[in-house]
Design a protein around this ligand. Structure first.
Ligand code: KG4
Ligand code: ZN
Length: 349
């Protein structure tokens, strides 16, 4: 099964071709996937001057770039439209202008070539990526941390999710981006904060660990961001060392909060599924590329004799392969969508 995937929900114009091996084939790779091409055009430079994504600029850039990106994905995969079994596009959640552009393009391809359309929830794209790169049977736990979302989910199957926890204010990527901005670091802030933190002292500032020790699995990051602002104002003018120490202390607080929540979630998961030998936690979304966060999660998972699955960094940030793959997983179950499917700015999993 060969699927074209299109992603335009934020500031990446992306298209990819992914193959999913038939569930029933004798092939040892039954149910597994292979990326035939994965083209991502970042708009970061278009938005950098504004310190964040400007929806109108993003939508115009998608219109200009998308046709060429799809063509490149097809050429690189050496696949023709006639060979496609389906076309998948992010249909939400995201910036509505961009989502519409990707979805309309997918609908046009589906209509002209008479192939199924798969309207993919962007979050499901992140959630299922680990099944493209690893052996990740259901059920498993998922920590989804991106620019717009911070959630702990129980993944029971394709299209079958139980949300255990979410953020009550900022998303984790948003907290990284806002903290970077207030410290004068460029956009997108996550990788910049991580870079600065590597040279900083994580113990210099004692930032709050919101929600730590509380019942449930929710997150809260806005108090932490405000605490960084207060310390930055007190310490100003900031030297490079101050910025590095603020970033390191901020990141250490994040790691502590994640450790607390994931520890609790794993205990509950193991209680609910005692028959599973090695419970799995999948970490997905742009923030999952943070090495300090990955190291924290590895340590906890080792304690629980559980397995951490973290997709390669290029597949953690937004890309077309994750949408093509989620499309292929849905298509394999017959989950296709009509051509009058609408784009959804909000769409919880
Ligand atoms: O998943 P993604 O590419 O787009 C969304 O769906 O939101 O995630 C982007 C977010 C941004 O907030 C970015 O700052 C954050 O992921 N991010 C990171 C790192 N790389 C990207 N945050 C922390 N550390 C990183 N290394
Ligand atoms: Zn994303």
């Amino acid at each position: 099964m060969i699927v074209l995937g299109i992603e335009t929900s934020c500031d990446e114009t992306a298209a990819a071709i992914v193959r999913r091996f038939d569930d029933k084939s004798d092939n040892q790779r039954a149910g597994q996937g292979e990326i035939l091409s994965n083209i991502v055009l970042s708009q970061i430079e278009d938005h950098a001057a504004y310190g964040g994504v400007v929806p109108e600029i993003a939508a115009r850039a998608h219109v200009e770039a998308l046709d060429g990106i799809i063509k490149r994905a097809m050429l690189e995969a050496n696949v023709t439209f006639e060979q496609l079994d389906g076309v998948a596009a992010t249909s939400g959640p995201g910036l509505i202008g961009g989502v519409l552009i990707g979805l309309m393009s997918a609908k046009a391809i589906a209509a002209v070539h008479n192939i199924p359309l798969i309207a993919v929830n962007h979050l499901e794209g992140h959630a299922l990526t680990a099944r493209l790169t690893n052996d990740a049977p259901f059920p498993h736990l998922l920590l989804l941390v991106s620019g717009g979302h911070s959630q702990i989910l129980l993944v029971k199957g394709v299209s079958d999710y139980e949300r255990w926890g979410t953020t009550i204010d900022d998303a984790l990527g948003e907290a990284f981006d806002k903290t970077a901005k207030l410290l004068g670091l460029p956009y997108p802030g996550g990788p910049e904060v991580e870079k600065a933190a590597k040279n900083g002292d994580p113990k210099r500032f004692d930032f709050p660990r919101s929600m730590k020790g509380r019942d449930g699995y929710d997150f809260s990051f806005s108090g932490l961001k405000s605490a960084v602002r207060r310390e930055a104002e007190k310490t100003a003018p900031l030297s490079d060392t101050d910025v590095n120490d603020l970033c390191a202390s901020f990141q250490a607080a994040i790691c502590d909060i994640l450790a607390d929540r994931i520890n609790k979630a794993l205990l509950a998961f193991k209680q609910r599924f005692p028959h599973l030998d090695s419970p799995q936690l999948i970490v997905a979304g742009g923030v999952a590329s943070n090495q300090a966060i990955r190291a924290t999660l590895y340590a906890i998972l080792q304690k629980h004799e559980a397995e951490l699955i973290a997709p390669p960094i290029a597949l953690c940030t937004d890309n077309g392969a994750m949408i093509a793959w989620a499309g292929a997983e849905r298509l394999a179950l017959g989950l296709t969508d009509p051509l009058n499917t609408t784009a959804r700015p909000r769409w919880p999993l």
